[in-house]
Write a new protein. Structure first.
Ligand code: PGA
Length: 268
């Protein structure tokens, strides 16, 4: 695992955008795995700005979002489809037909939808680069604690903590979903590269467990320790409970000289 600690949330977005742009320049037909939530908004703003400068195109890119609520229509402004349209898809040159969100309309069987989503990912050759946030309980996607580390795209019941964390986004009296369809942990681990972003003190504890704790279904993000090419980009607040942060900084200094010497290099 590569752990990069930068000063603040803006720097997290700048650093993540740089990684993604470098990747997309090398592989314009990239298959991106995308995340919603507060954390990636600044990243999407940055990618849109780079696109507006004419330095990036999504024309040949394909995207798969991690998750979607069950019980609200894609056109509902609270849906993750709407989130993606607002923050990225409508602002860049990506064809809507190449953007995928695991939507489960009323009356459809979520198991069938989940299997079909997996097949669509396989059919395009798998995800090249997966963007992740992390829940304060350690979830990735909506793989809540105790999710099987071998799980695939399926329905999950959100924990009360996740419902409470997301409550700020819903008006009082507005329907707030308690179920979601999410890529599984095994689905995520099949992505060839993973970039996990976290900012703020409220993520410090789950980041410590994910990076320095044991691999455990109690902290789904800890499964990323089993993934060869994962980079975690943190601001100082999110990194504040890490015991080995001096070592991660030292590794990154060495990393720069290794990149100079050998070209692409990853601290796996
Ligand atoms: P957040 O959510 O970016 O809004 O903190 C992250 C997540 O729950 O995965």
């Amino acid at each position: 695992m590569e752990v990069v600690i930068v000063k603040n949330p803006d720097d997290v977005a700048v650093h993540a955008a740089k990684r993604i742009v470098e990747f997309m320049i090398k592989k314009p037909d990239v298959v991106l795995g995308l995340a919603t939530g507060n954390t990636p908004i600044a990243l999407y703003e940055r990618l849109v700005a780079i696109y507006n400068e004419g330095k990036l195109s999504f024309q040949d890119a394909t995207t798969f979002n991690l998750d979607e609520y069950i019980g609200i229509e894609p056109s509902n402004p609270q849906s993750y489809r709407s989130f993606m349209n607002t923050h990225l898809f409508e602002k860049v040159d990506i064809a809507q037909s190449r953007t995928h969100v695991p939507e489960c309309p009323p009356g459809e069987n979520p198991r069938v939808i989940g299997d079909a989503y997996e097949q669509k990912i396989t059919a395009v050759g798998g995800i090249d680069l997966q963007i992740l946030g992390i829940g304060s309980n350690g979830h990735i996607g909506f793989n809540e604690p105790y999710s099987s580390l071998a799980s695939r795209t399926r329905v999950k019941t959100l924990t009360q903590q996740t419902v409470a964390d997301n409550n700020r986004l819903f008006a009082s009296g507005e329907f707030q979903p308690q179920l979601a369809i999410t890529m599984g942990i095994a689905t995520i681990l099949e992505a060839r590269h993973i970039l996990l972003l976290a900012t703020g003190k409220q993520k410090a504890s789950c980041i410590r467990k994910a990076i320095e704790g044991p691999v455990s279904a109690m902290c789904p993000a800890s499964a990323l320790q089993m993934h060869r090419y994962t980079t975690v980009i943190l601001d100082e607040d999110a990194a504040s409970e890490l015991k080995e942060s001096d070592y991660y900084r030292w590794v990154n200094l060495k990393h720069e000289s290794l990149v100079d010497e050998y070209g692409y290099f990853h601290n796996d």
